[in-house]
Write a protein that binds this ligand. Structure first.
Ligand code: ATP
Ligand code: MG
Length: 563
């Protein structure tokens, strides 16, 4: 079953499809596709397009193809192809037996080009790339016709066949559609549709020395696959007349229609493969799957669930105008999902040693803790307690401000799911004055009950038993950029990287139940945040957790100016 949470209620694209269904256009069929170019990893923007295309297919009982748009060998690779296949699957979508490659159509596309030439609608042009640009004109001036525009059909056929057979150098000639050099739409001024490029292709090797351009390959790949609704992003709006022109010349019968929607822009990050490649290559991140990356691989490793990403995509919906979506929305979808599903556990990130003076040495007991406060079905686990514990350094202060509900000298606090303790003494490092240990007493009556004398203990803090703890490395991830719109910065975006986007804590303590936590498992560390066992670096003897999200949005407070 395809996931149903990927569909938003309705939008202008679904309205178009509803109309088409009513009028019987495309024979009532709905066939979409997701056409990534395998020249980078998929990112959250692609996830929007994936949810849209697969979501529509599911909703209208249609089909959605996965098509590698692999017509430009430069920068494409098998690694990217494999990552795309893996990521789309992981997001929850299934193309069944409809995984296609535009490169499989190279022969068909070549035949279409011959057909265009025979129709007198394409010609081999021998201007240089610079000259072609110069002849193209500007928004205000019409273009100039190429001196090669009126080559005969025979000469064009001959030259194009020789282009294919490798007789000419790269760039010596191109094949251009013969449309209109005076068109107000520059895209229509005899666009290049084939070029000579000696570059090995990751699937076809050196079988081809000519490669079709996007505008030619894309619409015809759609036609070959009998796509009905070819959904793409707004920057292709000007290319739609060309899409239609090419399809109308060579395709009979039902033709695909292109529909454009606004791409996803997300604050505090970049969603452009080019910029993401830069971050990877210049080693500002550890790779495409660095948990700070907005890539599907990065979000997966960070601990985001596919359900949360689909929920986000359904929430933002699709529209025709560009905007910047607040990354807080994505984070809140992630939090909502985890709040429901992540089992609770206790972990101390910055440990402070606590000795319970009146608890017998060598004694230990176990407290039964609910794995989820609202969901008894998630069961319970036993958490050991003993004389020496660790609590969070920030849960103790010598000089508590007003309303401070945690531990302080002579104050009481409840240990989560366990006893009430009182701080009776502090031990300081002689040189630094830093507090290194607390001495406390516990109230034996309070293990499963409020204090018998009715006194109120308001604060609750988390803890782990020192004798039963497991050491772990915890990586605190935060937003990659410091500014809301790094994509708008033309120059060096690297200057705006958040230097605190990763903080690594190496001596953290987690409760024993997490000893064998499998890679990828997600937890809420009570009072701290959501964490996931790292799938790459964690191993049974050396646990590594990634912070998926803090419990609350700390950036919202910052932007309101209230630290
Ligand atoms: P980039 O700008 O990151 O290089 P692209 O558009 O070149 O992306 P493709 O691999 O060609 O990347 O994209 C595959 C599909 O995903 C296309 O249909 C494209 O329109 C869509 N897509 C890419 N980026 C976004 C985005 N930010 N929001 C929505 N859809 C997107
Ligand atoms: Mg593209």
């Amino acid at each position: 079953m395809p996931p149903t949470d990927a569909s938003s209620p309705t939008d202008f694209i679904r309205e178009i499809i509803d109309d088409d269904k009513t009028t019987g256009k495309h024979g009532g069929r709905v066939a979409t596709r997701f056409p990534p170019e395998p020249n980078g990893y998929l990112h959250i923007g692609h996830a929007k397009s994936i949810c849209l295309n697969f979501g529509i297919a599911a909703q209208y009982s249609g089909t959605c193809n996965l098509r590698m748009d692999d017509t430009d060998p430069a920068g494409e690779s098998i690694e990217y192809v494999e990552s795309i296949i893996n990521d789309v699957h992981w997001l929850g979508f299934d193309w069944q037996d409809r995984l296609f490659y535009a490169s499989n159509y190279f022969e068909q596309l070549y035949q279409f080009a011959l057909q265009l030439i025979k129709l007198g609608k394409a010609y081999v042009c021998s201007l240089s790339a610079d000259e072609i640009r110069e002849y193209r004109g500007t928004l205000t001036e019409p273009g100039k016709e190429s001196p090669y525009r009126n080559r005969s059909i025979e000469e064009n056929l001959d030259m194009f066949i020789r282009m294919r057979s490798g007789e000419f150098d790269d760039g010596a000639h191109v094949l251009r559609a013969k449309i209109d050099m005076a068109s107000p739409n520059i895209v229509m001024r005899d666009p290049v549709i084939y070029r000579i490029k000696r570059a090995p292709h990751h699937r076809t090797g050196d079988a081809w020395v000519i490669y079709p351009m996007y505008d030619f390959a894309h619409c015809l790949s759609d036609s070959i696959e009998r796509i009905t609704h070819s959904i793409c992003t707004l920057e292709f709006e000007n290319n739609r007349p060309l899409y239609d022109w090419i399809v109308n010349q060579v395709i009979e019968g039902d033709r695909p229609q292109q529909i454009e929607f606004a791409r996803l822009n997300l604050s505090y990050t970049v969603v452009s493969k080019r910029k993401l490649i830069d971050l990877v290559e210049k080693k500002f991140v550890t790779g495409w799957d660095d948990p700070r990356m907005p890539t599907v691989a990065g979000m997966r490793r960070r601990g985001y669930a596919p359900e949360a990403i689909r929920k986000f995509c359904a929430t933002i919906g699709v529209a025709k105008n560009e905007n910047l979506v607040d990354i807080a929305l994505l984070e809140s979808c992630v939090r909502d999902d985890l709040n429901e599903r992540a089992p609770r556990a206790m972990a101390v990130l910055r440990p402070l040693r606590v000795v319970i003076d009146n608890y017998p040495e060598g004694q230990a007991e176990e407290f039964e803790c609910a794995n989820h406060p609202q969901n008894p079905d998630m069961g319970t686990r036993k958490v050991p307690f003993s004389r020496v514990l660790y609590i969070e350094q920030e849960d103790f202060t010598e000089n508590p401000p007003k309303k401070y509900k945690r531990l302080a000298p002579e104050r009481e606090v409840r240990l989560r799911s366990s006893y009430v303790i009182k701080c009776v003494n502090t031990v300081k490092d002689e040189k630094t004055g830093e507090i290194v240990e607390l001495h406390c007493t516990y109230d034996p009556e309070t293990g499963h009950a409020p204090p018998a004398d009715g006194r109120k203990v308001e604060g609750v803090i988390h803890w782990v038993s020192a004798d039963h703890t497991v050491e772990a490395e915890i990586r605190l991830y935060d937003r990659l950029f410091l500014i809301p719109d790094p994509a708008e910065i033309a120059d060096n975006i690297v200057k705006h990287l958040n230097p605190a986007s990763l903080e690594t804590l190496t001596s953290c303590y987690v409760e024993t139940s997490l000893k064998d936590a499998p890679p990828g498992n997600r937890y809420q560390f009570e009072r701290v945040g959501y964490f996931c066992v790292d799938t790459k670096d964690s191993s049974p003897g050396k646990l590594v957790f990634n912070r998926i999200a803090a419990l609350r949005d700390s950036w919202a407070k910052l932007s309101r100016g209230k630290p």
